[in-house]
Design a protein around this ligand. Structure first.
Ligand code: CP
Ligand code: NVA
Length: 297
């Protein structure tokens, strides 16, 4: 069964195929349909706008349909286990997306599910986002393998999935995070170490960068910590920081953005911001993931 659990669970061939199919879907919109109607169930234990809408619209446009379960309107909110829910859903639907906290639970449900599971974000990873992000960079650069990409901010889920992508490509990834917010040693150990460099100072990490990426300082479901937040003040992506990058560098952010915190209006609304293309590409990236999981290519 083809689960889409993490970037490092895909072979490089599979990763490149999913990206290629994403571009194809964007260019030849409407030419690809599911051979027979399939239903996607989505379980959200955390909020979502892009993931939810892009998967729903994407699935409907492929000729499929969607059901959505959240904590409040299903028996999950009254304590029915996720595991039991997954077993039941497998009798009704063809594929399931799960957004939750614990990565271990994601793997657990993939073991017992009768249908493919898509990782819609956990505290540790966000692989769907990376497919859209890579598509977005490929639209701007001839060869993304030659890029220097800088990650500034919190080294958690989206950053971890970027680190996993390094194993499929040849780009360099510079990561700068406040003390205590760097990606885990385990994640770093599993990546191509020659291609990932850690920096204490954002100004050093963005030197000659082609792409700067950031994310919220306060991720969903993570306990608010004022002391920790203070440490992020020096990690704001502003025009001054962008001046240190290569001349034609671009800015990415998975969104939602907290303007004035991790990024200034000037940068996110600037001419080198790709965030709206990036959000648009979620649609095609997710259609591609659905078609791959459902073995349509
Ligand atoms: N980037 C992203 O996953 O957005 P949502 O939380 O709105 O789905
Ligand atoms: N790191 C963010 C990503 C949101 C898409 C979060 O987990 O809230």
């Amino acid at each position: 069964m083809r689960h889409f659990l993490n970037i490092n669970k895909l072979s490089t061939k599979e990763m490149l195929l999913i990206i290629k199919q994403g571009h194809f879907l964007k260019k030849n919109y409407g030419k690809k349909f599911l051979e027979e109607k399939k239903i996607l169930a989505m379980i959200f234990e955390k909020p979502s706008t892009r993931t939810r809408v892009a998967f729903e619209v994407g699935m409907k446009k492929l000729n499929g349909d969607v059901v959505i379960l959240d904590q409040h309107e299903s028996q999950l909110g009254r304590g029915e286990s996720l595991q039991d829910t997954i077993k039941v859903l497998g009798r009704y639907v063809d594929i399931i997306l799960y957004r939750g906290s614990d990565e271990k639970i994601l793997y657990e449900i993939s073991e017992l599910s009768d249908v493919p599971i898509i990782n819609g974000l956990t505290n540790n990873s966000h692989p769907c986002q990376i497919v859209a992000d890579i598509m977005t960079l490929e639209e701007k650069f001839k060869d993304i393998n030659k890029l220097k990409i800088s990650w500034i901010g919190d080294g958690n889920n989206v950053c971890n999935s970027w680190i996993e992508a390094v194993n499929h490509y040849d780009f360099k990834l510079n990561i700068s995070c406040p003390e205590g917010c760097f990606p885990s040693k385990k994640t770093l150990k599993e990546s191509k170490s020659s291609h990932v460099n850690l920096f204490d100072k954002p100004s050093e990490a963005v030197k000659n960068a082609d792409v700067v990426i950031t994310d919220t300082w306060e991720s969903m479901g993570i306990k608010k910590d004022k002391q920790k937040l203070k440490k992020f003040e020096k990690f704001r992506v502003d025009s001054e920081l962008m001046l240190r990058t290569n001349k034609n560098s671009f800015f990415l952010h998975c969104l939602p953005a907290h303007r004035g915190c991790e990024v200034t209006d000037e940068v996110i609304d600037g001419k080198n911001s790709l965030v709206w293309d990036e959000a648009e590409n979620r649609l095609y990236a997710h259609q591609s993931i659905l078609l791959w999981c459902l073995e349509n290519f």
